[in-house]
Design a protein around this ligand. Structure first.
Ligand code: ADP
Ligand code: MP5
Length: 270
């Protein structure tokens, strides 16, 4: 039987609040017309107010999920999200290495919007040494880019030099997201493997309903890569999708609320 629908894999943590992590990835992929399988690396007890508990899963539970997925599906693109610690980053890097799955998006999730750390310092070092060399694209926010590039990022020139340093760690393409910046515009900086670069700019929406924005952008890029789009087009379409739904949030929870992933239709122009 020939698989007839674009299919991806997300390797991530579960968010009981439903707005970020694995749950954001699955909803995003569906909205962007790609089917996603999933490897759950750990479970968080979480809501819009913060992360109340983190429970990384035993190695056997993680590797068994990979085996089940790889035995059945033809995976066209992959993304990683919260991976918790060095041991789990290594597990995932090993599975990706031997399975040789194409189109890897690494979202180097380190700190949740509410301030909780979702990755240990040793986990950050492992992402740099084991995952970035395999990455088609890495999608850090500003604090994550500072940690990966080991430099402060204040000016636009700092973003350019940080993106170059992150490429030197092995990631082919880099997007440094600008949500944590200030000013009336949110500016994401993209540097492609061939050295071309560009900015994606959008009006800063005045909202605290930004839980899962990073997961949503990286899952959307993954969905479009699974469909065979080129990296530059996939990034631009993902950005357009995010900017469309961030303007129509669901009013839920008491903290950083979730996005409305289904808040666009396939007929919308993105
Ligand atoms: N207030 C906002 N208005 C418009 N776009 C935003 C806003 N906040 C974040 N974004 C967009 O959401 C995406 C995720 O950005 P960011 O918040 O920096 O990442 P993360 O969720 O990983 O911390 C980026 O494409 C960024 O441009
Ligand atoms: C399981 C999990 N994965 C990722 C995030 C990051 O999302 P955000 O930065 O929007 O809090 C999260 N909060 N929880």
């Amino acid at each position: 039987m020939i698989q007839q629908y674009p299919t991806a894999l997300t390797i991530a943590g579960s968010d009981s609040g439903g707005g970020a992590g694995l749950q954001a990835d699955l909803k995003t992929m569906q909205a962007c017309q790609t089917f996603s399988t999933n490897v759950i690396v750990g479970i968080t007890a979480q809501n819009t107010l913060g992360v109340q508990g983190q429970y990384p899963l035993p190695k056997q539970v993680v590797t068994r999920q990979f085996a089940s997925i790889l035995a059945d599906f033809h995976i066209q693109a992959v993304k990683t999200g919260a991976l918790f610690d060095a041991e789990h980053v290594q597990m995932v890097a090993d599975e990706l290495q031997w399975s040789r799955l194409p189109n890897l998006t690494v979202d180097p999730v380190m700190i949740a919007k509410g301030g909780a750390h979702l990755l240990t310092p040793a986990g950050i070092r492992k992402i740099k040494s084991q995952l970035l060399p395999q990455a088609t694209i890495v999608t850090p926010n500003l604090p994550e880019a500072e940690l990966l590039a080991e430099q402060q990022i204040i000016s636009e020139a700092d973003r350019l030099s940080a993106a170059k340093k992150i490429q030197q760690l092995g990631a082919k393409n880099v997007i440094i997201k600008g949500g944590h910046g200030s000013g009336p515009l949110v500016k994401d900086y993209v540097r492609l493997a061939n050295g071309d670069d560009f900015w994606l700019t959008a009006p800063r929406v005045k909202t605290k309903r930004t839980h899962g924005t990073g997961d949503t952008l990286s899952a959307s890029i993954t969905a479009f890569l699974a469909q065979g789009l080129g990296i530059s087009t996939a990034i631009q379409r993902a950005h357009a999708y995010l900017e469309m739904i961030i303007e129509k949030p669901l009013v839920l929870g008491h903290g950083h609320g979730p996005l409305n992933h289904g808040g666009w239709s396939a007929h919308d122009e993105i």
